[in-house]
Structures are given as structure tokens and as C-alpha cells.
Ligand binder design. Structure first.
Ligand SMILES: Nc1ncnc2c1ncn2[C@@H]1O[C@H](COP(=O)(O)OP(=O)(O)OP(=O)(O)O)[C@@H](O)[C@H]1O
Ligand SMILES: O=P(O)(O)OC[C@H]1O[C@H](OP(=O)(O)OP(=O)(O)O)[C@H](O)[C@@H]1O
Length: 220
């Protein structure tokens, strides 16, 4: 078993892009193609195992060595601050982490004058750091989803959340104030696995760097 390679992949929107990219370096798993509620899939011939986990749990599985490798958004890494090796920017899962507020509030608002604000977010650590660096005091309200609802019902004046198409902000009458970070998905690696399975993991890192590099050269 010890020469198997285990991946922790997020169940949600990143899963498909991850498997497409891995497929380009010969890492595949036909067992994952069907409709199934299974959480662990195997490619026995190649000694590869894939675990489907919550996006926010990927770093934990890799940190504890239950998975050798994982794919996770940079947002989650910035929020959790775990000690993980992060060798490859996979360039998919692009979105931005932004500060936003209701359109009506934005009209007469100057963020330079903020001194004490209330912010709802899934990302309390990033938010606190961001505003602390500006000398702004923040009352944080931690939510787990549907963040754009908070200002609509008076839970907070502002939010910090991910934006990709902008549709969720727009449809809920909100506008961006500032970008905190540009986000893409990253390959993460358990530090011990990198040493004990250096040959296989090194080949995966090199392969992914190559295919991601090819894409960057192709796109304008
Ligand atoms: N529009 C978007 N909204 C949210 N996440 C996005 C978006 N676009 C890309 N991402 C990336 O996808 C990741 C979320 O993936 P996924 O959909 O699996 O999780 P989730 O259901 O939002 O989170 P969790 O299961 O942990 O609550 C984010 O961490 C981010 O890096
Ligand atoms: O700019 P857009 O393309 O509209 O995408 C942004 C929205 O997508 C994410 O929510 P998600 O779908 O993960 O649901 P959640 O609110 O339950 O976290 C994010 O938190 C925003 O609400």
C-alpha cells in the first residue's frame, strides 16, 4: 500500500477541472466516471487513490498525510495558513476575493474613511488581516454560505466573498469595493510524502508544471 499515491480532491466545482488536468499527464480513474456516492476511488493498476472531500477539508487530509497530494483554492490556503508545500498554480478555478457592499450604500461611501465596520464572511482570518493592515477595526460575522444575504437583512453592512461571474453580487443589489486577492486552484503536497515518495510525486509535479505551462503559452 505504501507506494500508492493518494489525492484529496474537493467534491464541488474544482473536481472536474482537476481530473481533466491530471488526465493530461496520464493520471486517470475510470471508477470516478459513474454516478456514485462513494468517497474513495481507485486505479489499482497505477496504484492511485482519489478521495472526494469538502473543499475546506482538503488541506487537513494532506497535512495529516491521509492524502499525499491535494487540489484546493488559494482562498482556502490563505484562510487556513497550514504548513503545506504548494508547488504548482494549476491556473483553473479563477475567481477573486472581494469586499462588497449594497449599491445604495456605495453611492455615498468612502472606504478611506472606514474606521469600524461589520463584515460577514466565510473568510474571517483573511478579512481580519486585510483590514488590520489598513488600521480598520472589524466586527466579523462568520457565515458558511449565501454571504450576499447578510446585507439584505441587516446582519452586516459589508461582506468579503468570492466573485467569478459577478451574477450573485448583481442579483442581490451589491457592488464590489475592493479586490483582496486573485484566486486560482493549487496543488498541495504533504511534506513527508514528498521525501518518502519523491520519485512518483516529483514526476507528477513536473508533469503538471509542464501542462499548465503549455496552456499559459497557448492563451493570449
Ligand atoms: N464562483 C465561485 N464561488 C466559489 N468558489 C469558487 C468560485 N469560482 C472558483 N471557486 C473556487 O472553488 C472553491 C470552492 O469549491 P467548491 O465548490 O468545491 O466548495 P464550496 O462548496 O464553495 O465549499 P465548501 O464545500 O468547503 O463549503 C473555492 O475555494 C474557490 O477556490
Ligand atoms: O460571481 P458568481 O459567479 O455569482 O459566483 C460567486 C458566488 O459563488 C459562491 O457561492 P457558492 O455557489 O459556492 O454558494 P454558497 O453561497 O453556498 O457558498 C460565492 O460565495 C458567491 O456567492
Amino acid at each position: 500500500m505504501s507506494d500508492w499515491i493518494t489525492f484529496a480532491l474537493p467534491k464541488g466545482r474544482i473536481m472536474k477541472d482537476s481530473m481533466e488536468l491530471f488526465g493530461r499527464i496520464g493520471i486517470t480513474c475510470s471508477e470516478m466516471e459513474g454516478d456514485s456516492r462513494k468517497l474513495v476511488f481507485e486505479n489499482r493498476e497505477e496504484r492511485l487513490r482519489f478521495m472526494a472531500v469538502r473543499a475546506t477539508d482538503v488541506p487537513t487530509y494532506v497535512e495529516y498525510g491521509c492524502a499525499d497530494l491535494g487540489v484546493v483554492g488559494k482562498d482556502t490556503l490563505l484562510e487556513q495558513g497550514k504548513d503545506l508545500y504548494e508547488p504548482v498554480d494549476l491556473k483553473f478555478g479563477y475567481c477573486r476575493l472581494v469586499v462588497a457592499e449594497p449599491k445604495a450604500l456605495r453611492a455615498g461611501d468612502d472606504p478611506n474613511n472606514w474606521s469600524n465596520i461589520r463584515v460577514a464572511t466565510k473568510y474571517p482570518n483573511i478579512t481580519e488581516r486585510f483590514f488590520a493592515a489598513k488600521g480598520i477595526q472589524v466586527e466579523l460575522i462568520k457565515l458558511y454560505g449565501s454571504i450576499e444575504l447578510a446585507p439584505l437583512v441587516g446582519l452586516s453592512e459589508r461582506i468579503v466573498d468570492l466573485v467569478s461571474t459577478g451574477a450573485t453580487l448583481r442579483d442581490n443589489g451589491m457592488v464590489e469595493v475592493e479586490t483582496i486577492a486573485e484566486i486560482t486552484s493549487r496543488l498541495i503536497v504533504n511534506r513527508a510524502s514528498l521525501k518518502t515518495k519523491h520519485q512518483r510525486i516529483g514526476a507528477i509535479i513536473d508533469g503538471l508544471e509542464r501542462v499548465v505551462g503549455e496552456d499559459v503559452r497557448i492563451s493570449p
